[in-house]
Design a protein around this ligand. Structure first.
Ligand SMILES: *Cc1c(COP(=O)(O)O)cnc(C)c1O
Length: 379
């Protein structure tokens, strides 16, 4: 009998959280403080403690979180911001929102994260184009942190700010430092399928900079000053809902435990699959929260492998089938150096397997056997 396998099983988590979650949701509904209620402040305090960073500021989603950071830094046309090409669209989208120019750089073959070698090339490319490089957005793709030491040195040497887009890596660590506490500003998303997700849209910005924090708290409520109807700057409407904050308080309470469970699932995949396929590498001194468990297969066989796994009842996903510099919306923006060969190659080879903290051993064994069969049969 084939068990029903979910790529991400949010219902299993919901069962595990049980009555705690029912009570939290009903309390928020009954109290009636739907916008910026006490749960938002409480959750922000817990989040800042979790990341060991002074300010955690809730907002409407992970895309806005990056956008608010750029607005706080007054990004404008003529500015260039260096971003990896192999990532979700948001990372570059927000730069384009503000009329600034994303400059795409390549990723590292082993970690899929921004390759620091490309930073100088991107900087030079911006200069050639008459643009002023103001910052870097690094992404913690698939759950592990980018290589921040060289990125931070580059930013410091060139007077740039750094945003760590940790939508997929919230809860990971880089040489003992926690995500959220890395970068001039860091961001995350609480989209349901992210490692720390809510039951709708949500996001957060993290910073140790008091001034940036003040500006972002103002921007998210229409640029308010000391009072609600005092508008001191042009802002947006980007708050985290009270109801989502109430849900996130319960989810954050079990998040460390879930990260450990994800690690166990990742280790079992590694042991069962490393001899038949390229399994993911976590960089030395880092930990991953395993937003995705992504293997690599031959490009020419990927679709057949996906189809054959589907026939066996194993769902998979491709993150991401095309790097951003090859997407219609972003193909017109500059790339650093001589093309982005790694981003182009890995986008054709990556394949993500079911991953969540509640993946049972029996189900995982079934998945591993199917993956082994499908890969070995076709080789
Ligand atoms: C999901 C994601 C975002 C955006 O988050 P939303 O909450 O969906 O807006 C940004 N960056 C990365 C890398 C993501 O994976």
């Amino acid at each position: 009998m084939t068990p029903e396998i979910n790529f991400i099983d949010l219902k299993a988590q919901r069962r595990y959280l049980g009555a705690r979650l029912d009570n939290a949701i009903m309390a928020a509904v009954d109290e009636g403080n739907y916008i910026m209620g006490p749960q938002v402040k409480a959750f922000e305090r817990q989040l800042s403690a979790f990341s060991d960073v002074k300010h955690a500021i809730g907002c409407a989603n992970g895309t806005d979180a990056i956008g608010l950071c750029l607005m706080a830094k007054k990004v404008r046309p003529g500015d260039a911001i260096i971003v990896p090409s192999f990532t979700f669209a948001s990372t570059a989208e927000v730069v384009a929102w503000l009329g600034a120019t994303p400059i795409f750089i390549d990723v590292d073959e082993a970690s899929y994260n921004l390759d620091p070698e490309g930073l100088e090339l991107a900087f030079a490319e911006a200069e050639n184009k008459g643009l002023r490089t103001v910052g870097v957005i690094a992404v913690d793709l698939f759950g592990q942190p980018a290589d921040y030491d060289p990125i931070e040195s580059f930013c410091a040497a060139n007077g740039l700010w750094l945003i760590a887009d940790s939508a997929q890596g919230y809860g990971s660590t880089y040489k003992g430092r926690k995500s959220g506490a890395i970068g001039t500003m860091a961001t995350t998303s609480f989209f349901p399928a992210k490692p720390l997700g809510c039951y709708g849209d949500g996001g957060a910005v993290f910073t140790t900079d008091d001034e940036v924090a003040d500006i972002i708290r103002s921007l998210r409520v229409h640029g308010k000053g000391t009072e609600k109807y005092d508008n001191i700057r042009v802002g947006v409407n980007s708050r985290l809902d009270t109801l989502q904050a109430a849900i996130l308080i319960e989810k954050l309470a079990v998040y460390d435990e879930e990260i450990q469970k994800r690690q166990i699932v990742a280790e079992r995949y590694e042991a069962a699959l490393r001899d038949v396929t390229a399994t993911p590498r976590v960089m030395d001194g880092c930990t991953s929260v395993w937003a995705q468990y992504t293997i690599r297969v031959e490009a020419s066989r990927r679709q057949a492998i996906i189809d054959n796994l589907k026939a066996k009842g194993v769902p998979t996903a491709v993150y991401y089938p095309r790097p951003l510099h090859q997407q219609t919306a972003y193909a017109g923006y500059p790339t650093a150096g001589n093309g982005l060969p790694v981003s182009e190659r890995v986008s054709k080879e990556v394949l993500s397997l079911p991953m969540h903290p509640y993946l049972e051993e029996e189900t995982q064994d079934f998945i591993c056997e199917a993956v082994r069969d499908v890969i070995l049969a076709a080789s």
